[in-house]
Design a protein around this ligand. Structure first.
Ligand SMILES: NC(=O)c1ccc[n+]([C@@H]2O[C@H](COP(=O)([O-])OP(=O)(O)OC[C@H]3O[C@@H](n4cnc5c(N)ncnc54)[C@H](OP(=O)(O)O)[C@@H]3O)[C@@H](O)[C@H]2O)c1
Length: 277
């Protein structure tokens, strides 16, 4: 096992202190030499030699790249959009010149200007939000790299017992604050445990291209949030219905062309079942 761990990839996760970056780090660290970044000072991470403090607005990513010499970079960052764009420009140059690979966590919002249908991998991206525009800009920059060096992972909303979304629902109910639901929103979803397995597979099998890593079925946002609350056995939730349009609106990234094996695909029910445990 040890030999295997040392011979395969060196993985650098940008944003490894976050919800998804942290889950990806946990999934990969026993199989690969895995390193991560965090932004906000943290005593336990400061002592960990596999973690580097990195502020996208102040620090040069080259310094960390020079130390880690990754063969794979996973970008799971948040932060100022302009600074993120510059950092990804530097990452793209590094990926190109060293012939390594980058996995970029993108979002269903790259399609948020289309409301009438769910979106598939080969659809043209189109957004009318600042966040969606920003993700499209980085996707397009990375898609100019050689195809074998890039994986764009488009995610719908990610749920899971420790996800900020589920923690907020819990907190709101405890404090009698209304939980927002969007009755017109039709979406797909995923959770951190399936996502990290999918990423592990993409790395192991050296897969590239655009992936839609969401459930294969669609749900209404309001029904799904209510189902989550039922699964968590939380009582006395108050709901605030938010109508952003008169008609139903889709925000869904459905896998169709770049499919993962059956056991790595998911139905939204699995997200609920996992929350029950
Ligand atoms: N969660 C979802 O439902 C979802 C859905 C679609 C796409 N995504 C994408 O997935 C990625 C990760 O999302 P997440 O939910 O895991 O986010 P998160 O929990 O907020 O984690 C963000 C990470 O970025 C770091 N970060 C924040 N500001 C920074 C800065 N100025 N400089 C350097 N690092 C900074 C954070 O460090 P600290 O911990 O030190 O603050 C943390 O490690 C994002 O790109 C997001 O767009 C997420």
């Amino acid at each position: 096992m040890r030999k295997k761990k040392e011979s395969k990839h060196r993985i650098l996760i940008l944003g490894a202190s976050g919800f998804l970056g942290g889950a990806i780090y946990k999934e990969l660290c026993s199989y690969f030499r895995t390193f991560g970044t965090y932004n906000i000072s943290n005593k336990s991470l400061e002592k960990n030699k596999h973690f580097f403090q990195y502020n996208i607005e102040e620090d040069d990513i080259y310094e960390i790249l020079d130390i880690v010499k990754p063969t794979i970079i996973v970008s799971a960052l948040r932060g100022d959009f302009a600074a993120q764009f510059i950092a990804h420009k530097h990452l793209a140059e590094y990926v190109f010149s060293t012939k390594i690979k980058i996995l970029f966590l993108s979002s269903a919002n790259v399609f948020d200007a289309y409301s009438k249908y769910p979106s598939y991998e080969l659809d043209k991206t189109y957004s009318n939000s600042i966040y969606g525009h920003f993700k499209i800009k980085i996707e397009n920059m990375l898609l100019r790299l050689p195809k074998k060096q890039v994986a764009i992972l488009r995610l719908p909303m990610v749920f899971g017992a420790q996800s900020p979304r589920v923690l907020e629902i819990n907190q709101n109910i405890k404090e009698k604050i209304p939980v927002e639901v969007f009755p017109n929103l039709i979406m797909n979803a995923t959770n951190d445990s399936k996502l990290t397995q999918q990423i592990h597979y993409i790395i192991n099998r050296n897969k590239t291209g655009i992936f839609h890593l969401g459930s294969t079925d669609l749900v209404h946002h309001d029904d799904f949030i209510k189902e989550i609350i039922k699964s968590l056995e939380l009582k006395n939730a108050i709901y605030k219905q938010v109508f952003t349009t008169n008609d139903d609106r889709y925000l869904a990234v459905i896998p169709k062309y770049n499919l993962l094996p059956k056991n790595l695909q998911l139905l939204s029910q699995e997200i609920l079942t996992e929350l029950e445990i």
